[in-house]
Write a protein that binds this ligand. Structure first.
Ligand code: ADP
Ligand code: TRP
Length: 322
């Protein structure tokens, strides 16, 4: 049985792009009986940018609530918050003392933000080492990540192999699983859906606000009577990612047939989202109203992960003479 581990940014409310691109694929993976899934919310990483404690807590609850609402089973997957296992920060220090400066200075995550060095904190510089610690602490075999995280995985493997070389087998050297073909969910303006572009569809919003978001999707000005090309339409692009083959074919035929306006298409998308995410929306509201339940779910995960973390840390302490 392989241990598959991945981290989730604790960025708060999860939009449709996050859900289709990250949440649902990871939950699917966690259901594979041949794997043991470790999924954690990387709330320590968030401190490199977010300094407000209230926002941090809210982000943790909202992120975990979305994952739980979408179907992660905390009794099966090991689902936890990174900060609930301080073993991770101890291991980070040890790994830091083996991380060559140029390796970290060359990391894209640092380079991209280093134009203005006075804005960079040591935590940001050290981001890849904390990530290596997340992975090595739990003896992960496989780490599924997006292309943007590939270099971080290489750093993790370097740190693990050079430590093993010096001190004898200590860490499992993890295999990255880079998903090249992960879908990119378009936003309401046709660009990649992203919080930073303000073009998201948040399926957990109250119904009126959700409708407003969907009605705000940008379309061209082809008059209602005229036939339309579904393949150039932002509404159809989203519908296609959620609907069944038959539903998608039906909608495409309506576009091409004329007398079907973008307003109609938006209503169809809105109804489909309510149908697909109705249950998740109810669960999300429940978790947001009962944050104690969310914390209990994360605690179950932390208790399962802790013995693994402690055993790794004991190995490392022993090797280092602490
Ligand atoms: P955002 O761009 O809104 O800040 P994040 O960078 O926090 O989103 O992404 C969290 C996860 O969701 C990552 O795994 C990322 O690959 C995935 N993701 C984000 N936006 C999209 C999108 N538009 N389509 C597919 N996956 C996405
Ligand atoms: N850095 C990852 C991201 O931005 C999140 C993350 C933190 C992670 N620690 C991890 C992913 C460990 C995989 C394994 O998406």
């Amino acid at each position: 049985m392989a241990r598959v581990l991945t981290g989730i940014q604790s960025s708060g409310r999860q939009h449709l792009g996050n859900i289709l691109g990250a949440v649902l694929p990871a939950i699917e993976m966690s259901k594979n009986l041949e794997n043991e899934a470790y999924l954690f919310i990387a709330d320590l990483h968030s401190l490199t940018t977010i300094k407000d404690p209230k926002q941090r807590k809210e982000n943790l609850i909202a992120t975990a609530a979305a994952w739980l609402a979408c179907g992660i089973n905390p009794n099966k997957a090991v689902f936890y918050a990174q900060s609930h296992l301080p073993e991770c920060t101890e291991l980070t220090w040890y790994l830091n003392c083996f991380a060559p400066y140029p390796m970290l200075a060359n990391a894209h995550s640092f380079k991209d933000k280093s134009n203005n060095l006075s804005d960079v904190n040591a935590g940001l510089f050290d981001y890849p080492v904390l990530m290596a610690s997340d992975i090595l602490l739990y003896d992960a075999d496989i780490v599924p990540v997006g292309k943007d995280q590939k270099q971080h995985l290489e750093i993790t493997r370097d740190l693990a192999s050079s430590f093993n070389y010096k001190y004898g087998d200590t860490f499992i050297v993890p295999e990255p699983k880079i998903s090249e073909s992960l879908m990119t969910v378009p936003g309401t303006d046709g660009r990649k859906m992203s919080k930073s572009y303000g073009n998201v569809v948040d399926v957990f919003l109250p119904i009126k606000q959700l409708k407003k978001q969907i009605m705000g999707i940008q379309t061209d000005s082809t008059p209602l009577e005229e036939p339309k090309d579904p393949n150039t339409c932002n509404v159809f692009a989203l519908y296609k990612l959620i609907g069944t083959q038959n539903q998608v074919a039906d909608l495409a035929a309506k576009y091409r047939g004329g007398n079907f306006g973008y307003g109609h298409a938006k209503t169809a998308l809105f109804e489909l989202i309510l149908e697909e995410f109705g249950e998740a929306r109810e669960k999300f509201d429940h978790y947001m109203a009962n944050p104690g339940e969310v914390m209990s779910a994360l605690k179950i995960g932390a208790e399962k992960a802790r013995p693994v973390a402690q055993s790794t840390l004991n190995r490392v302490r022993d090797k280092l003479g602490f």
